[in-house]
Write a protein that binds this ligand. Sequence first.
Ligand code: GRF
Length: 206
Amino acid sequence: MKRIVVLISGRGSNFQAIAEANLPVEIAAVISNRPNAAGLDYARSRGLPAVALDHTIYPDRESFDAALAAEIERHAPDLIVLAGYMRILTAGFIQRFEGRMLNIHPSLLPMFPGLKTHERALAEGIKIHGCSVHFVTADLDHGPIVIQAAVPVLADDTADTLAARVLQQEHRIYPQAIRWFAEGRLLINDGHVNLLGDQASQSVFP
Ligand code: GRF
C-alpha cells in the first residue's frame, strides 16, 4: 500500500476528509509547522503519528525545510500531501519531492494563485469559483492540475460563505486525487496530468 505524509498548518479539515475517505493508502504521518494545529489533535484521536515541527525555532527557511525534509523521509512516503500547509517551500525542498507532492488550492487555477482567493474572486465579480488539486512545482500554485471543482458565486456571498461552499468541494476532490495517485493513474506529460485507465472526469460540477 502507498504511504502518504500529510502536511498541515491549522484546522486540518482536508486532512480529515482524506483520513475518512477509506483510501488505499497508509497515512504514515501528519506533520504541522504549527504545534497547536487542530489537525494534530484529530490525527492523535485516530491513532495516527502526529508530528509538530515548529518553524519559529529555526533561523531561516532553508534550515526549517531541511528539518522538514528529514522528518518526511523518516516515514518513507510515496506521496506528500499539502493540506492547508501555509508556508512557502524552498526550491530545494520542492525539487527533492517533485512529482510526488500534491497541493490543494482554493481557486480555479491559474486564476488567483496565492492568498485571499475568495476575497479576490468576489472583488472581480466572477460568477464561477472553485478549487484545484495540483502537483507542486517551483512555480507557486502553478503545477500540473489533477482535478478541479467549480461552485457558483451567489449574489449575497461573503468571503466566508463562498469559502465554505468551496471547502465542501475540496473535501471531495482531494481524496479523489490521492486515490488516483495511489492507483498509479496519474501521468505527468509535458506539464499536464493525464489520467490513465477508465474514463473519469477531472472536472467536478456541483
Ligand atoms: C483550504 O481552503 C485549502 O485549500 C487552503 O487552506 C485551507 C485549509 O483548510 N490551502 P483545512 O486546514 O484543510 O481545514
